[in-house]
Write a protein that binds this ligand. Sequence first.
Ligand SMILES: [Fe+2]
Length: 111
Amino acid sequence: MKKWKCGGCGFVHDGDSAPETCPKCGALKETFALLDDAAANLVERARHTNMLHAQMIALARELEHTCQDGIKDNLDAGCVDVFKKSLAHAYEIMKLSMAELQGHMGKGKWG
Ligand SMILES: [Fe+2]
């Protein structure tokens, strides 16, 4: 499917033609540029991986909340230690995926 990129905000529209106006910024149809096959394939490919990173961040956020509950529960020192260590890993997972997504945006692996 063809992909059209808004020159105003970068929104990528999928379709046979550009939209009359950009749903994100309201720019007119003439602002959109048709992506070549390589750029369109990169966007399509990146969408899948970016969604995987989004899922990783969401799962790590759930782990964060579970760990915080466990720390608050405070059954014993061993449990609190495991929850604190796991909380640090949850933050690391979130930061890794966020950094990767930031890199994708800078390399056109977005849309
Ligand atoms: Fe736009």
